[in-house]
Design a protein around this ligand. Sequence first.
Ligand code: 1GP
Length: 254
Amino acid sequence: MPFKNDQSRISFTPGRKHFALLLDPDNLTEVSCLSLLTLSEAHPVDFFFVGGSLITSQNQAGIIRLLKQHSNVPVILFPSSHQHIDPQADGILLLSLISGRNPEFLIGQHVLAAPILKASALKVYPTGYMLIDTGRQTTASYMSGTMPIPYDKPAIAACTAMAGELLGLQYMYLDGGSGAMRPVSAEMIRAVREAVDLPMIVGGGIDTVEKAAAALEAGADVIVIGNHIEKNPGFLAEVSSLVASYNVALDVHR
Ligand code: 1GP
């Protein structure tokens, strides 16, 4: 495991765009995971995010083991509870669900997670997590018992992000939820981009290159894609080259 806990490998690089592939352990087999690993060798991915709002299988540890055995891409946990912390990973999004008002996901799970994280070598990313209403109730919103931010209210997202930044959170994640009918709007991404000076992660419902480009253009630093790559693994190559072309263009203009 050459890059295990090598923290320099798992930072977001300011001024660059990143692509995170979300791997939901419930939707993967060893075979499908290996085939995504092969694809990600030819078409670079910056991070593997592993997790989901509801995990019903016992696959997560095996999937992370496989990723660490076959790839140097950092594995970042995207957990729904402290029970999904796995020290085999490189890092963890310590999500504070600031779009909601459920204390369990604002501080409760964090109290349970804290001693485990302190004793581990996982890199912790303190992240303000905002669920956005993209048209239908998502697993994340139902399972967290929270109301998402209305789709057409960018000012609420911006003020929520500002509050998260003032509270000391270091990353923002705008999520329309896995398999969302439409992604978070460019207008909302831009509003959050202008409101806070933090790396911004955007995901949920990105299923075309155009939607991925719109999120990057509006200010996302990291785009997260899960669902559409599970259904159509070839999409991984398209997103990888889109993100690479953005980074080439950014280098040229530097
Ligand atoms: C969900 O942001 C992620 O939490 C990714 O969403 O599965 O729709 O790509 P998709």
